[in-house]
Design a protein around this ligand. Structure first.
Ligand SMILES: [Zn+2]
Length: 364
């Protein structure tokens, strides 16, 4: 399928560059006809006039159209991945994860502390020090679970006191060291998609969250799922998250119609019934709230079905985007209506079932 089919509307994209919206990173590329240069949506350079811009789904398309990459925002460095200039820092953080970093340390690696801070803020929505702290906490929880005592774990991971460690652990995971020791943490990772970054969370028990990031603070998201599952949440990777990323990539390439992942759909019996029905709506098709209500045996409960649809925590894999109003119009989607529209368009384009008479009017 054509990659541009997943782009937001030109108005939304222009607004994003006016707002220097880094949430749109990786979703589109903006090129300026008058300068021949292309940029990321969040570029700090002067905002070009509306009539001079052209949008592309990828840097390849912008290059093919004869544009050159901006020297300021470096659009060829993949959004969300570690840029070349930061690799020495990541290598050192990997080999000594508990190390504390001063400005002088960063400067000795030839890095500008301001630039490093800005990068972490833009890419992780947290300060460089908060990032280091969550990494240290993740490793400390591993230590606790492999049976090390709390004090040596705290000291080994760069915490200066037991109380400081307890406080950090409670702040980031909502748990005491004893809880953390006995509870399998949920790991959270960013997954990049053509519709923007998503947060995926899970552990051996399965995938429990998959949502578009969309301006929400990372720590807030952590808090919510930590409370729900009563397990500590930590940034980190897990095979179930890697598999989710792989299957999502195939889905967006039009090579996958169903997801084969262990899912945690904990909810009330009504919620579970609705979410289960969502999973049975075939790829490329849609159902109305009313049809879904009938399916769960509560034909008068289409409003409650709508709410439960909106409470779905597993975007895309539990396809709440396939539910539309009875007249076929789209309506609310937590990830944004434009994403719902693009997901349905992508499925229509991919579907071998062929023609679908689906009006894709935006109706908020
Ligand atoms: Zn730029």
């Amino acid at each position: 399928m054509n990659a541009t089919a997943t782009l937001p509307s030109p108005e939304q994209m222009y607004q994003a560059i006016v707002d220097r919206d880094v949430e749109m990173e990786g979703i589109f590329i903006v090129a300026v006809k008058t300068t021949g240069i292309f940029c990321r949506p969040g570029c700090k350079a002067k905002t070009p006039n509306r009539e001079n811009v052209e949008f592309f789904a990828s840097t390849d398309e912008a290059l093919a159209a004869g544009y050159r990459p901006c020297k300021r925002c470096r659009p060829l460095e993949r959004a969300g991945s570690v840029p070349v200039w930061l690799t020495p820092l990541f290598e050192q953080m990997e080999s000594a994860p508990s190390r504390r970093w001063t400005n002088a340390d960063l400067q000795s690696l030839g890095l500008s502390p301001i630039r490093v801070r800005r990068w972490f803020q833009e890419h992780y929505r947290m300060t460089f020090h908060a990032y280091l702290r969550t990494r240290r906490i993740g490793l400390a929880v591993d230590g606790l679970q492999s049976g090390d005592d709390v004090l040596s774990v705290a000291l080994d991971h760069g915490f200066q006191s037991l109380s400081g460690f307890r406080e950090s652990l409670r702040k980031w995971t909502g748990h005491t060291p004893t809880d953390a020791k006995h509870k399998d943490p949920i790991l959270v990772e960013r997954v990049l998609t053509p519709l923007g970054p998503m947060l995926a969370a899970g552990n051996d028990a399965g995938l429990c969250l998959l949502e578009f990031v969309d301006r929400k603070m990372l720590p807030k998201q952590f808090e919510r799922i930590s409370k729900l599952f009563s397990q500590p949440i930590l940034p980190g990777s897990h095979p179930v998250l890697a598999e989710t990323a792989r299957q999502l990539e195939e889905y967006f390439q039009g090579k996958r119609k169903t997801f084969d992942l262990p899912l945690r759909m904990d909810g009330t019996p009504f919620q579970s019934a609705v979410w289960q029905q969502l999973r049975e709506i075939p790829f490329g098709e849609t159902r109305s709230y009313q049809q879904l209500a009938v399916k769960v045996g509560k034909p008068t409960a289409s409003r409650a079905v709508g709410r439960t649809n909106g409470d779905n925590r597993l975007a895309i894999v539990v396809p709440c985007h396939r539910v539309v109003r009875s007249d076929g119009h789209l309506c609310g989607y937590a990830g944004g209506l434009w994403r719902k529209k693009r997901l349905l368009q992508l499925e229509q384009a991919t579907s071998s079932a062929g023609q679908l008479a689906l009006p894709l009017d935006i109706d908020e």
